[in-house]
Design a protein around this ligand. Sequence first.
Ligand SMILES: C[S@@+](CC[C@H](N)C(=O)[O-])C[C@H]1O[C@@H](n2cnc3c(N)ncnc32)[C@H](O)[C@@H]1O
Length: 213
Amino acid sequence: MQDQSGSPTPNPPRDRQNERQGDLLRFFGTWVRNPLTLGAVAPSSASYCAAMVAASTTGIEGPVLELGPGLGVVTRALLEAGVAPSRITSIEYEPEFAKTLQRRFPEVNVIHGDGFDLDKTLRDAGATRFATILFAIPIVKMAQRERQALFARYFARLLPGGNLTQLSYLWTPPVKPVAGLFEVSSSPIVWDNIPPARVWIYTPTGSSRTSGH
Ligand SMILES: C[S@@+](CC[C@H](N)C(=O)[O-])C[C@H]1O[C@@H](n2cnc3c(N)ncnc32)[C@H](O)[C@@H]1O
């Protein structure tokens, strides 16, 4: 639904409630078929999404990248926090989720593709730099070195001072810091998420910030 200015208007509460219940069933059904790709039995809670957005450096001018948006709970939190839809690119691997996202958020740049391979998915030869990256793709199957290499590639895509935030149910940092590139901290635990989770926050170290990351 849109108003005259083209901005999304909030759904009436009952519509939103029905949508949430439908999403819960759909998410769970997709998880049963493909648990490792989905990585969660339910979409993140509203307070978790708000915490993720609050920890992300959306205040830096520039595009915002969302990886693994699912059915759009974090996308919605970004919009509710005042991030313009035209700034957001959301990359989702599950084709039916990507279709739903594009329908729900027509002004967001939704791409059905692989968020692990940004050069291939964005087809920009590495040129686009982001104010922040909100990352929710499961990486349980990856070794620690691969995770660090992946995040190093993401950091090469950030504007100066930009950060990366990660959804994870682990209670220790899923990706360990890389000296000279990024440090890691976390939000407090968000208890109403299923399961309770922290937002993991990866921030450029002083040396990488001065070298342009
Ligand atoms: C844990 S869910 C998170 C969904 C949503 N962000 C939330 O917080 O509820 C992970 C999402 O990542 C998507 N995903 C998995 N592998 C992906 C990939 N290689 N590229 C993009 N998205 C991927 C899944 O389809 C799923 O929607």
